[in-house]
Design a binder for this molecule. Structure first.
Ligand SMILES: [Ca+2]
Length: 131
């Protein structure tokens, strides 16, 4: 667990850094696409939530997760083939990070982060660009 200071800028800059964000999205996609099929099924996305939102996997009842998956696929499975390809997944990740940024707001906050968490990457990037 690391302590970091961040605000919405930390996250939006991370998303706006296209090369960096693409790498990040590709890494997550590869990690969630456990069978290397090149697209993510509902079960894989469900598993993915456990990885990037550890809170969700324990504190949210199954129906809530199902409802969230339903919403995600309705909105982001643009070709309606029942799975998310890399492009669709990238839009989802962009949306999630922007939602996180709005939640944080413009004032600096102190957060405790696991080293592998989504936000940790954003913080590390900000620190790297400052030095
Ligand atoms: Ca699709």
């Amino acid at each position: 667990m690391n302590i970091a200071v961040m605000n919405s800028y930390t996250v939006t800059e991370f998303v706006n850094d296209a090369t960096n964000f693409d790498t990040f999205v590709n890494e997550w996609f590869a990690m969630i696409d456990t069978n290397g099929g090149g697209s993510l099924s509902r079960d894989q996305v469900r598993g993915g939530f456990g990885m990037f939102m550890p809170l969700g996997s324990y504190s949210h009842p199954q129906e809530e997760v199902d409802r969230m998956l339903e919403l995600i696929f309705t909105r982001f499975d643009e070709d309606e083939n029942g799975s998310l390809d890399l492009n669709e997944f990238k839009k989802l990740m962009t949306e999630i990070m922007n939602a996180v940024a709005r939640g944080i707001g413009g004032s600096p906050i102190i957060v405790a982060l696991d080293k592998d968490s989504l936000l940790m990457k954003a913080v590390q990037r900000e620190l790297a660009t400052q030095s």
